[in-house]
Design a protein around this ligand. Structure first.
Ligand code: FMN
Length: 399
């Protein structure tokens, strides 16, 4: 998240989803953004301006004509000038229509004639209102004007109908705001990123796997996408909500991972292998569940899996190849060997026994080692921040 000191105007209109708008303010404030809220009269029927005043620590704007403390200030113009981005959430069918037609009959719609920054429209309404040709056409008009119109979820709606029209969750909206405001320094570049563990079936019930949570790979994919890259994420089974990317490929085994990476490798500019593929798989997978029987021990024979990184290292024609190494001892020695053995451009080495680093944590402490064996000893940081450092270094290699 890179929203520190960003100036955000949040427009709130008269829909039941207005109850979620304080959640958006809360996340934005936590990310260090400055927020001003503009409400329509209908919105004040659903939620009190006092809630927003408290959550934003700012005046809340509801009236077109008012006794403003600053006499010379014309709110709809000043707000439009102040904003780095305007987000309307929820955006009612009514307000969407007014913006599409340039009607300026309240403070929010007047500001929408004076705006000069990126705009995100977050619709929320009953399915029939959303699918009405008038609304569809109005939303298309806003898209054609360059506004970002977000989708909706299908769910049980407040009106008791099940269907499309539920507003996105606050964290999804804040992610979109962050994306819209990012510098697109990776635009035009294709990233292939793998994440998570693989699982190797023993029988239809049991499998071999490892502790990888997918967090590091998901943060890399999320941040690369926000920075404008075309991102294909190849993901092993994880418990995480996948980030928004250009293409998501779900895989299970190392062989699946190999096939997916191999198929997409020629078209990519960068391959980042943050997945933790199993090096071995059961030699003979049983098609039936293996019975317990009265045995003292059981032997599982393993066969090697294909080495994805090594194969891509042999195949590469100008692609930047970034590997990861998770080691529990002598991490620099193993990492440096891996960079040469697999023909990598860069390797990120973590010692999985270090405090707050490695599997399942939100933070990581790593070394980044270059092809010419230059070592960068990074401090403990969030996986999101580390993802951006890795992307910065990758961008240097692309240049
Ligand atoms: C209980 C209730 C819930 C409503 N929910 C929505 C909604 O989710 N989306 C919407 O577009 N309109 C909804 N409306 C209708 C709007 O409030 C109405 O069109 C209003 O004129 C919108 O004004 P505004 O766009 O100025 O905020 C709802 C109305 C009521 C009474």
């Amino acid at each position: 998240m890179d929203l520190k000191d960003k100036k955000i105007v949040l427009g709130v209109t008269g829909g039941i989803a207005a109850y979620k708008a304080p959640g958006i303010c809360s996340l934005l404030r936590k990310a260090g953004a400055k927020v001003k809220v503009v409400m329509t009269q209908a919105a004040t029927e659903f939620i009190s301006p006092l809630t927003f005043r408290t959550m934003t620590d700012n005046l809340v704007y509801t009236e077109m004509f008012n006794d403003h403390p600053v006499v010379a200030e014309v709110d709809h113009i000043e707000l439009a000038k102040w904003a780095d981005i305007i987000v309307i959430a929820p955006a009612s069918g009514n307000t969407i229509a007014k913006i599409a037609y340039g009607i300026a009959d309240n403070l929010l719609t007047s500001m929408m004639l004076a705006y000069r920054c990126p705009v995100i429209i977050v619709p929320a309404m009953n399915t029939y209102m959303l699918n009405n040709p008038a609304t569809r056409q109005n939303l298309q008009t806003l898209r054609d004007r360059g506004m970002i119109v977000l989708g909706t979820h299908i769910d049980l709606l407040a009106c008791n109908d099940v269907g499309d029209g539920k507003m996105l969750e606050p964290y999804e909206i804040v992610d979109e705001i962050d994306t819209a405001l990012r510098v697109k320094d990776l635009a035009g570049k294709k990233f292939l990123i793998s994440a998570g563990p693989t699982i190797e079936a023993i029988d239809p019930v049991r499998y071999l796997t490892n502790h990888s949570s997918g967090k590091m790979g998901y943060e890399l994919a999320r941040e690369a996408y926000k920075r404008g890259a075309e991102v294909t994420l190849v993901s092993g089974p994880t418990a995480l909500q996948p980030p928004k990317v250009s293409k998501l490929i779900n895989i299970k085994s190392t062989q699946d991972l190999f096939d997916a990476v191999n198929e997409n490798f020629d078209q990519t500019d960068v391959l980042i292998m943050a997945a933790a593929p199993a090096d071995f798989k059961p030699k003979d997978k049983s098609s039936q569940k293996i019975k317990k029987e009265e045995k003292d021990e059981m032997t599982l024979n393993l066969a090697p899996n294909p080495d994805v990184l090594k194969t891509m290292g042999q195949k590469k024609k100008g692609q930047v190849l970034v590997g990861f190494a998770a080691e529990s001892e002598n991490e620099l020695v193993y990492g440096q060997k891996k960079i040469q053995k697999k023909n990598l451009d860069m390797i990120v080495i973590n010692n999985i026994t270090a405090k707050d680093a490695g599997f399942k944590t939100d933070t990581n402490k790593v070394f980044i080692v270059d092809r010419d064996l230059k070592v960068e000893d990074l401090k403990l940081m969030t996986k999101t921040d580390l993802a951006n450092v890795i992307l910065d270094r990758t961008l240097e290699k692309l240049k």
